[in-house]
Design a protein around this ligand. Structure first.
Ligand code: SAM
Length: 465
């Protein structure tokens, strides 16, 4: 087998990174967009001693279990890469992925994993999407072959993975409701009608740059229009025109981005209609989410996840809880009604500011939040000030926890430790390091992102006395 070579094989499984795989001559071969049961001809792009990566040139036989992808952009857009896999099979693959990683990476012993909590709505589940406008339109191989003429102004949609200058035109994205698609297309049409240009990624000129939507479970929208300085003089007129065609309950904010980069977190946000945040309710807590703040992107599953954490924590009202890597304090506030005190620790100061604001808005006083690096803040001084916790919840980023934090947790010896993870591989590594002091007693996978390979996993550990 050599790079550039073509092989034929049957695919037999789905791998952790979302690709399908099959085996040939003792090597595992990974390909995107395959399905177990497919027989495919593959061009090898990477050949290593134990595995290869390739692309499918042709299907010799398609698995009977494949399903028709719902989205017209499937195969071109960077998201929703598992649409050809039935949702039930997706979540079974995720369940197996969690078990495999805990066993293989962590070498861990644990009771049988709970059945994965699938998303009740596998479509239109997101509460946030960020569309880009660019003069650099990405044309698919089929579009190039068709020799059709495409509009000159560029595209409004999502960046093609790895290409800051190329955007795939999106007609309909199934991750948010149809109103979002209508409004995006309305903004595009109105901009064209007034001769506005999309942003040029090299010349740094143009009117429209980004359009960000946030929603809540009730269907309210916060629409954030980001333009370049070229649009400043006619922006109010443009927004008035747009607002006239959008339901009054939807809020509209805007920013003028005169930077060369597309980062949104440092932009000044101005209000055009309504307040500059959207409110979401999970459990009994109401969270105010501003355009730039972090919030779980699948609110229905976030509520299920937080309830699961609450049940696993077994709180009775007397416990002291630490919520580590707390983001905007969502878990801390969710648990507060059943705890005597909750401390949240988080790296990002702005997220901690949001956590304080949300605590205040909900009248929750028995919480505190600290901003800084976990390995510095989770120290003897903090524990002395706030007291030893009975329950610790950790929800670290994909990289998992720093070893120093794990050692500190082993010293703190909370009776219950709940580890929420968006990366079961690093979770397995960390759990192995925790194993001298803790025993795993519940493993609960949960699917927050249907049609992607991402899986969240909640593990409850109890202290080994
Ligand atoms: C998965 S998110 C937590 C989300 C939160 N629990 C929620 O449900 O909204 C992980 C958080 O860890 C924070 N973080 C990353 N590295 C950190 C560190 N070294 N110290 C403290 N917080 C950190 C990130 O800023 C992020 O907010």
């Amino acid at each position: 087998m050599k790079k550039g070579g073509i092989v034929e094989l049957e695919l037999t499984g789905l791998a952790a990174e979302g690709k399908a795989f099959g085996k040939l001559e003792g090597k595992v071969i990974f390909v995107p967009f395959g399905h177990p049961g497919d027989v495919v001809r593959v061009r090898l792009l990477k050949v290593k001693s134990s595995f290869c990566e390739g692309i499918i040139l042709e299907w010799v036989q398609r698995s009977e279990d494949r399903v028709e992808p719902k989205c017209g952009h499937f195969g071109h857009c960077g998201g929703c890469k598992w649409q050809h896999v039935a949702y039930e099979s997706q979540i079974q693959a995720k369940q197996q992925q969690v078990i495999d990683q805990l066993e293989r990476i962590g070498g861990l012993e644990f009771p049988q994993a709970q059945p994965i909590l699938g998303s009740p709505s596998p479509w239109e589940y997101r509460n946030k999407l960020d569309f880009s406008f660019s003069t650099g339109r990405w044309l698919t191989a089929e579009q190039i072959k068709s020799q059709e003429q495409f509009p000159q102004e560029g595209a409004c949609g999502f960046h093609v993975p790895g290409r800051f200058d190329k955007v795939l035109e999106i007609d309909h994205c199934w991750l948010m409701g149809s109103e979002v698609n209508q409004i995006r297309n309305l903004v595009k049409t109105k901009a064209r009608a007034r001769g506005w240009n999309f942003y040029h990624p090299y010349q740094h000129v143009g009117h429209l740059r980004n359009l960000v939507f946030r929603s809540n479970k009730k269907g309210d929208l916060l629409i954030w229009v980001i333009v370049g300085p070229d649009a400043e003089s006619s922006l109010m007129e443009f927004l008035t025109e747009i607002a006239a065609e959008i339901q009054d309950r939807h809020r509209i904010v805007y920013s003028i981005n005169s930077k060369k980069n597309d980062a949104l977190h440092d932009l000044e946000v101005q209000t055009f209609r309504g307040e500059a945040f959207i409110t979401e309710t999970l459990g009994e807590v109401s969270y105010s989410i501003s355009p730039q703040s972090f919030f779980q992107t699948n609110p229905v599953q976030a509520e299920i996840m937080y309830r699961t954490v609450q049940q696993l924590a077994g709180l009775t009202g007397t416990e002291r809880v630490y919520d580590l890597y707390c983001g905007t304090g969502s878990i801390a506030l969710f648990l507060a009604s059943q705890a005597s005190f909750v401390l949240g620790i988080e790296y990002v100061q702005e997220a901690v500011n949001d956590a304080f604001l949300n605590a205040k808005r909900n009248g929750i006083e028995h919480v505190d939040f600290l901003a800084g690096d976990m390995k510095m803040l989770l120290n003897g001084e903090t524990v002395q000030k706030y007291g030893l916790p009975d329950v610790v919840v950790v929800d670290p980023p994909r990289a998992g926890m720093h070893e120093d934090v794990i050692h500190r947790l082993l010293e703190i010896k909370a009776k219950i430790l709940i580890y929420v993870s968006c990366n079961p591989a690093t979770q397995a590594r960390d759990l192995a390091l925790l194993s001298p002091g803790y025993r795993i007693d519940v493993v609960q996978p949960i699917d927050m992102f249907p049609h992607t390979h991402h899986v969240e996993n909640i593990v409850r550990l109890t202290l080994v006395e």
